[in-house]
Design a protein around this ligand. Structure first.
Ligand SMILES: [Zn+2]
Length: 691
């Protein structure tokens, strides 16, 4: 259980040393009273910001020059007085004060420049330097002297290599050999995409093996740092929960935290982040944060804020955290912001309460890998490999009852209750995961693999040239042996009888690239971007039985195509393959791709949580970096939808909506159709299944 309710805020104070009016009118009692009035459950307070300024009475660090009193003491006390759970924020690898004071603590690249470049606003400190102990000493102060429930450590990750002497020594000790030298290329050298190499750091120039080691080393640095924090919390004897931002590994976290897109460009992300973190959390609470102020502090609309909070909560997040930069004079939000947050809190309250009592329902899984991304070996979109992001978009838009599972931490129970599993990018999986997936199939599970992988050596046929997205051959030591899959009795299948692809309207290009017609020659069918009659030896789809289940492998990348080109036929191709091997969702909201749907099941009660998005949702189209021109339209309200229909293979006896809107139940053939007459912003449709 989470230690506080779902309605949380972060007063994101990163106040520089400038300005005579900074914090001139700070009033902790008034702040907490205002937050209590809008129903805030918990507040995250800035103990130390990116500038390295402490907002409490510190003997170790530097107090903000504008503060002549202990702000954190006053805020935590006032919060408790208002029934709000206080939590403390501490900026770890960004601390501009420490950076300027201690040359020896700085993180730098092979040329001795700050990372990721010399002109960043807040520069990086190295966790292998004595700076680590400086932060520990400050955390000890906080743990000893303040009453708070959660310690939030920001900017804790190690995905750029630091070349300081401490890191060289740590690398030598960990791997028993020197840190690889990767001098920056000559000034002015440009990458293929035209960006300067220097801006991307030397990491991209590493070999596959070096990148794998960097990932391992980075995880080790973060893991040992957080282990040290955890020891301090335990030594303090206080029940403080630990949470860090951002990225894997989460070994020591009590709560998993994810940031959704602050710029408001990716409206899949609140749910996507929730599902991603749930896969890693293994039952620990998940908190999703997002921002009320877009780039340049033009506020997002109330309906956008509501969508972000509601879609994370509907997906099963335990809490949402709304953050934003306050007014520098008061160190707090003004009335327009408070009103916006108040409206959001009011709207999400009933949905959050109902979702918290329910149990998620899914019958198809999508596997992702944190390591794949960190290795830089695949094209990345929206934090996943491109294929996986496409599969996510497809499952979310088509409203499958799905959940995410993660290769890095996969255990057999993660697949329990699932009837099918999609692995959109099967290269580089852990051998343990392959074994678990095999077992899942043997017990009757359906598995769909797409895209280039490493099966060819095992099967003795060419499924794909194994190249990375820059066209280089792949032979890294982390590419696991394909024989691990041991798929018996492969058949090659692709026929018009099963997939009438030619009949998809308007996709000449698709027909060209997937043209499954094909002359069988021997056992191999011909397809894939080849002209009619050209023999390539490359099959379109292969499938095999494995125990009670089936595995299908589609060499093409339908999900990546679905994402990049927005062509629905590619998604339908994948769906057809899934149906071919015996999976069809038994519960699905039809149409309405702009709606986020999440399913729960407790006993014979199914619930569908619906959240209507106020904007179109171009996943992968510039996520996190602001939208590409024309990719989406901002409107101040979610356009109400009429007749949102849920199709179910289960027999539904009765249904009702939390909003009180009319719901019709209609039986037709093997399916029941439940229609909600009108969806405004959010709703919950409850359905009773016949025994
Ligand atoms: Zn270092």
């Amino acid at each position: 259980m989470a230690e506080a309710g779902p309605k949380r805020v972060l007063i994101d104070n990163h106040l520089g040393p400038y300005g005579p009016h900074t914090l001139a009118q700070v009033d902790p009692a008034a702040q907490m009273a205002a937050l209590a009035e809008i129903g805030t459950d918990s507040v995250l307070l800035q103990a130390k910001c990116h500038w390295g300024h402490a907002y409490y009475a510190t003997a170790v660090g530097k107090r903000h020059p504008a503060l002549d009193f202990d702000l954190i003491a006053a805020q935590t006390e006032a919060a408790r007085g208002q029934g709000i759970v206080p939590a403390l924020y501490y900026s770890v690898r960004w601390d501009e004060h420490a950076y300027r004071e201690h040359a020896d603590w700085r993180s730098h690249d092979a040329d001795g420049d700050p990372q990721p470049g010399p002109h960043t606003r807040w520069r990086w400190l190295c966790l292998n330097s004595p700076y680590r102990d400086y932060t520990y000493a400050m955390l000890d102060e906080l743990l000893a002297n303040y009453d708070f429930s959660r310690l939030f450590l920001d900017i804790v990750h190690y995905r750029m290599l630091c070349y300081c002497e401490h890191c060289r020594a740590a690398w030598q000790e960990y791997f028993g050999e020197p840190l690889p030298e990767a001098p920056a290329p000559p000034a002015g050298t440009r990458s293929r995409t035209g960006r300067r190499w220097a801006a991307r750091g030397p990491r991209r120039r590493f070999t596959v093996e070096q990148r794998a080691r960097l990932f391992e080393f980075g995880n080790h640095v973060v893991d040992t740092y957080l282990a040290g924090v955890k020891e301090r919390i335990q030594a303090s004897g206080k029940g403080v929960s630990l949470v860090h931002n951002a990225f894997w590994p989460y070994t020591h976290d009590d709560i998993l935290f994810g940031e959704s897109d602050a710029t408001g460009a990716n409206f899949f992300q609140p749910a996507q982040q929730t599902y991603r973190l749930q896969a890693l959390a293994k039952g620990r609470p998940v908190v999703i944060a997002f921002c009320w102020d877009r780039v340049m502090y033009a506020g997002v609309s109330e309906s956008q804020l509501t969508f972000q909070a509601a879609s994370a909560l509907a997906a099963g997040a335990d809490a949402t955290l709304i953050w934003g930069a306050p007014d520098t004079r008061t160190g707090f939000f003004g009335a327009p912001v408070l009103n916006k947050v108040a409206t959001t809190f009011e709207k999400i309250g009933p949905l959050a309460e109902e979702r918290a009592k329910a149990t998620a329902y899914a019958d198809v899984g999508l596997l992702f890998s944190e390591r794949q991304i960190a290795l830089g070996n695949v094209p990345v979109e929206a934090g996943f490999s491109r294929d996986t992001a496409g599969a996510y978009k497809y499952l979310a838009e088509q409203h499958f009852p799905f959940r995410l599972v993660c290769d890095d931490v996969l255990e057999p129970e993660d697949l329990s209750g699932l009837r099918a599993l999609i692995i959109a990018h099967p290269g580089d999986l852990r051998p343990e995961s392959i074994g678990i997936v095999r077992e899942f199939a043997e017990q009757g599970g359906r598995v769909l693999l797409t895209g280039a992988n490493n099966l060819q050596r095992d099967l003795g046929i060419i499924l794909a040239d194994r190249k990375d997205h820059r066209g280089r051959r792949q032979d890294g030591w982390f590419v696991h042996a394909p024989e691990a899959w041991q798929i018996p009795d492969w058949e090659l299948a692709c026929s018009l009888g099963h997939w009438p692809l030619r009949n998809f309207p308007g996709f000449g290009e698709l027909a060209y690239s997937l043209k499954p017609i094909v002359e069988p020659h021997g056992e191999v069918w011909d397809s894939h971007g080849t002209r009619w009659g050209t023999e390539t030896g490359m099959p379109a789809v292969v499938y095999g039985r494995m125990g009670a289940g089936q595995i299908a492998y589609c060499n093409h990348e339908p999900f990546a195509e679905y994402l990049v080109r927005g062509a629905r036929a590619f998604g339908r191709l994948a769906l057809r393959i899934l149906m071919f091997i015996g999976y069809a969702a038994n519960l699905r909201v039809q149409g309405a791709p702009n709606v986020e749907a999440a399913y729960t099941k407790d006993g014979n009660v199914l619930k569908v949580f619906l959240v209507n998005c106020p904007v179109t949702r171009p996943l992968g189209q510039g996520s996190g970096r602001g939208p590409r021109a024309g990719a989406w339209v901002d409107v101040p309200e979610a356009v109400p939808l009429a007749d949102v229909t849920i199709k179910s293979a289960l027999t539904i006896e009765s249904a009702s909506a939390a909003s009180g809107e009319a719901v019709h139940v209609r039986r037709q053939g093997k399916h029941t159709f439940v229609t909600l007459s009108r969806l405004s912003e959010t709703d919950v449709v409850s359905m009773e299944i016949a025994e």
